[in-house]
Write a protein that binds this ligand. Structure first.
Ligand code: H79
Length: 429
């Protein structure tokens, strides 16, 4: 059974569970199922990590890594004044890259709210000289430019006293050794409610950080149910590095293709039956890091997108804007180069599912509407032998030029040959 069939079967099976037994099982609304379809077709999104940590240019973990107290960290908001922030340009950048959605940090682990929350003064409107909500104009621009908007929201909070007992990180912040964790969760739900009622259509919430306090009662279903009751189509995902929990709508992987575990913290995330997404950075850091020059090449990033699609997964590619609101050239260049490639080859990515041939050392396959797209990332030789397709091959051509491709049936499958000048060093489709 393919992943796609498994998803259909699982959806069918869920609806056959007797109501009494299923009382507690999450049943996604029709709007939610439709949003999942949109999500899978979208395939490519822009991740944005932006907060007061950007001021220091040492990434979004600086408070934890440099063992900063809340007093020390509180010196950052007065320095955060992104006068060059241009949400129209940010959204246009994502559009030009061929991305269909944006996921931005509403709150990262430092607990700082990038919108004018009423729950706490620790927010961009009340604590920075900029004094404006940055999420609202972004949401408006996304609507104008037909991009959907997700909020990244950290469960983990290094500055909230009620985040108690403490977890594994943010231990040098100097908070009192007492607090009410349920009050913290109430606070978080109240903040989420603001995001889901004051920013129009929200594509979903991307949670992160519960790995900090394993075994705590996070009241996930209560929070997920609230989200779905406010916006039934909103997709809930949680970067807990485990198999999906009830109430979630997609499964994510961090710095690894689905099922991979090169990072060492994805060991328990077996691929489930929900739509998939994997996120990765252009250099190494998520939040702005001024010394991080380890930029991946455009080719590497295109191939990551292609490999993700070959595994039936979305790719969420990150940028960390500067504290003044601008985006460094290295990010802009790569995003626009990916966009150029997608203009020609997008039919092999958008709206596709993983193809009939599982990922191979030479590349991957995707499929849509009676076509199989063979993505050759690495030409092994003058000709390439591929496994047999599930149905007879009528015709093969290059996606970029439309030129016919020589294909010959052999005992073991098919033999493809493409002259060197017809190949694309990024990915010959
Ligand atoms: O938002 C970005 C990062 O800040 C955040 N997720 C992305 C999307 C992130 N947080 N942590 N990590 C990424 C790396 C996680 C490291 C961990 Fe651990 C290893 C978590 C659990 C084991 C280090 C050791 C942190 C806690 C214990």
């Amino acid at each position: 059974m393919t992943r796609r069939d498994a998803i259909k079967t699982a959806a069918g099976a869920a609806s056959m569970i007797p109501a009494a037994l299923a009382a507690d099982a999450y049943k996604p609304s029709p709007a939610n199922l439709k949003a999942r379809e949109w999500f899978q077709e979208a395939r490519f999104g822009l991740f944005i990590h932006w907060g007061v940590y950007s001021v220091l240019g040492k990434g979004e973990w600086v408070m934890n890594n440099d063992k900063m107290t809340i007093d020390q960290y509180s010196k950052l908001p007065p320095q955060f004044n992104p006068v060059k922030y241009d949400p129209a340009a940010w959204v246009a950048l994502a559009k030009a890259a061929g991305q269909r959605y944006i996921t931005i940090t509403s709150k990262h682990h430092d607990g700082f709210a990038m919108w004018g929350t009423n729950q706490k003064q620790w927010n961009i409107v009340e604590s920075t000289p900029y004094a404006k909500d940055v999420l609202k104009p972004l949401a408006e621009e996304c609507r104008k430019q037909d991009i959907r908007l997700f909020f990244y929201h950290s469960h983990l909070d290094w500055t909230n006293a009620d985040y108690f007992p403490r977890g594994r990180t943010g231990l040098a912040s100097g908070r009192p050794e007492s607090g009410d964790f349920n009050r913290y969760l109430d606070f978080m739900d109240a903040q989420l409610k603001e995001l889901l009622t004051q920013y129009g259509d929200v594509a979903g919430i991307w949670f992160d950080g519960i790995w900090d306090k394993k075994g705590a009662e996070w009241r996930l279903r209560q929070t997920y149910d609230m989200i779905h009751s406010l916006q039934p189509h909103a997709l809930v995902g949680n970067n807990h590095h485990l198999a999906p929990f009830d109430g979630e709508d997609f499964q994510m992987f961090e710095k690894d293709l689905p099922g991979g575990n090169t990072t060492g913290f994805s060991g328990e995330s077996k691929i489930g039956h929900l739509p998939l997404e994997t996120c990765e950075t252009i250099n190494v850091a998520w939040g702005y890091n001024s010394t991080d020059k380890r930029f991946k090449s455009t080719k590497n990033l295109i191939q990551y997108l292609v490999k993700a699609a070959g595994m039936d997964s979305n790719f969420l590619l990150n940028i960390g804007p500067k504290p003044d609101g601008t985006i460094q050239d290295e990010f802009v260049t790569r995003l626009s180069e990916i966009g150029t490639w997608l203009k020609v080859n997008g039919a092999s990515i958008y709206g596709t599912h993983g193809g009939p041939i599982t990922p191979r050392p030479w590349g991957v396959t995707t499929q849509a509407k009676g076509k199989v797209y063979v993505h050759v990332l690495d030409w092994p030789d003058a000709a390439l032998a591929i496994p047999r397709m599930p149905v007879p091959v009528k015709k093969a051509s290059l996606l970029a030029s439309g030129k016919p491709v020589a294909i010959r049936d052999i005992d073991q499958g098919h033999l493809l040959s493409i002259p060197a000048d017809g190949r694309d060093p990024n990915d010959t489709v």
